[in-house]
Design a protein around this ligand. Structure first.
Ligand SMILES: [Zn+2]
Length: 83
């Protein structure tokens, strides 16, 4: 079992579709390709976290990518070229 967040194998199963990574200290629920990641807060509650795309080992998590803001550049040209 590879951790969907760090790709390492220091994982353990804690439920039917629930796993824990000792390296990340994250719990992940679901199935390959459809993981939800959870962190344990100091009160022992599971808090869902969003994985960082750069940290993924090529594992698609189905995270919706935000569309980049595109600002149309005005046509370049001399504007202050007073003769
Ligand atoms: Zn991990």
């Amino acid at each position: 079992m590879h951790c969907p967040n760090c790709g390492r194998t220091e994982t353990g199963q804690v439920g039917t579709h629930e796993f824990f990574c000792w390296n990340c200290c994250l719990e992940f629920h679901g199935a390959p390709g459809n993981w939800r990641l959870f962190a344990l807060d100091p009160d022992g509650l599971l808090v869902e976290v969003q994985p960082e795309p750069a940290g993924l080992g090529g594992v698609p998590l189905g995270v919706p990518a935000a569309a980049p803001a595109v600002h149309a550049a005005p046509e370049a040209g001399p504007t202050a070229a007073a003769g």
